[in-house]
Design a protein around this ligand. Structure first.
Ligand SMILES: NC(=O)c1ccc[n+]([C@@H]2O[C@H](COP(=O)([O-])OP(=O)(O)OC[C@H]3O[C@@H](n4cnc5c(N)ncnc54)[C@H](OP(=O)(O)O)[C@@H]3O)[C@@H](O)[C@H]2O)c1
Length: 323
């Protein structure tokens, strides 16, 4: 089968298409013939080498989120999964391939009217956004700012905050055109990080969902209301300065909270249930999957070039040539 592996960390050109024998599922696993493979922000971070300390090595096959058909099941797996079209999470990687292994415990049947491409665009992103908002103790009526809203997780955080009854949903993004697209999803205010817009935005928020982090993160503490909560769910702009916590102490009397959130702390059964509910909501037409572009698996380098250039609004999805 064809797969895409990291030959060298750094740039997108470090990816290469290779031939591998089909993997076979161990106990508790299934083999999936892939139809759609999500290209996530975290894949770009792994490819850059930034997460090497977490055990990622050269030779690694990227790809956590896939959809396709179960073609074999390992020991202990309900045989009725065979032949079913599913959404799945591979775990550490292996998804950029014509066939991939996933734990059976992650499988969600694809609703009939949700495409594989849409499923990998909103499944994992929506789950992270859902639990990120919950981690922030978001309740209806509160004002929300989504920082890094134009990516997979941000787009879902905007839609879920709107659906959850937010009083206002502001976003940061890098162009007026992206701002308009986010307004169509329900965003009420746009803070254009390229310099324009945002004049009418609320001065402060009850909840900030932050996918960007980076050196600018502490400057957003001043945008929290008293008792406001900021939850970092990603770090596409890198990490803040080591002493960033002093800016929280500077506003001690506002009782603000800062937290990180990783879906790794959510029990797998809850993650799977949330993903199933998100796919069902998409099937009912209540959530939009923002697919930037669908590219052949062999063009994973192109996909990552576009990510690196900041061209992607939503998700790029890879499809193997056979599907
Ligand atoms: N918490 C979890 O469990 C979990 C799970 C999966 C992934 N993650 C993390 O989530 C992040 C990826 O999220 P994603 O897939 O939504 O990312 P993404 O698709 O790459 O989008 C991130 C968005 O952030 C904006 N951005 C980029 N650089 C920025 C900067 N310097 N300052 C402000 N905004 C910037 C960009 O939009 P504009 O240019 O329009 O602003 C971009 O579209 C990674 O850090 C990953 O590790 C976390």
């Amino acid at each position: 089968m064809k797969a895409v592996a990291i030959q060298s960390f750094g740039s997108p050109e470090g990816l290469a298409v290779i031939d591998l024998p089909d993997p076979s599922p161990a106990g508790g696993q299934v083999l999936i013939t892939t139809e759609a493979i999500g290209v996530a922000g975290v894949d770009a971070m792994v490819l850059s080498g930034a997460l090497a300390a977490y055990g990622y090595k050269e030779g690694h096959i990227l790809g956590g989120e896939i959809a396709g058909t179960v073609t074999a099941v390992g020991d202990g797996v309900d045989p009725s999964w065979a032949g079913q079209r599913v959404w799945a999470f591979t775990g550490p990687g292996g998804g950029y391939a014509e066939r991939a292994i996933a734990p059976a415990s992650t499988l969600v049947p694809l609703p009939a009217n949700v495409s594989a491409v849409d499923a990998v665009t909103l499944g994992s992103s929506g789950m992270v956004a859902h639990f990120g908002l919950r981690h922030a103790h978001f309740v209806p009526g509160e004002t929300v700012l989504v920082r890094g809203a134009a990516g997979g997780i941000g787009i879902m955080a905007v839609q879920l905050a709107v659906r959850g009854g937010a009083g206002a949903v502001a976003v940061t993004t890098s162009s007026a055109e992206r701002g308009d697209r986010l307004r169509k999803l329900g965003a009420t205010h746009v803070l254009d990080r390229s310099g324009g817009g945002g004049e009418d935005a609320p001065p402060a928020y009850d909840v900030i969902i932050d996918i960007a982090a980076g050196a600018d993160l502490p400057s957003f503490f001043t945008k929290l209301n008293p008792n406001g909560r900021m939850v970092a769910v990603g770090a596409v702009a890198g990490f803040p300065a080591a002493d960033f916590g002093m800016e929280l102490f500077a506003a001690f009397r506002k009782s603000m909270s800062f937290a990180t959130f990783s879906a790794d702390t959510v029990p797998e059964t809850d993650r799977r249930a949330a993903t199933a509910e998100l796919l069902a909501a998409a099937a009912r037409g209540e959530l939009d999957a923002l697919v930037h572009e669908v590219l052949p698996l062999e063009q994973a380098v192109m996909a990552h070039r576009k990510m690196k250039a900041g061209e992607v609004f939503g998700r790029i999805v890879l499809t193997p040539s056979g599907s």
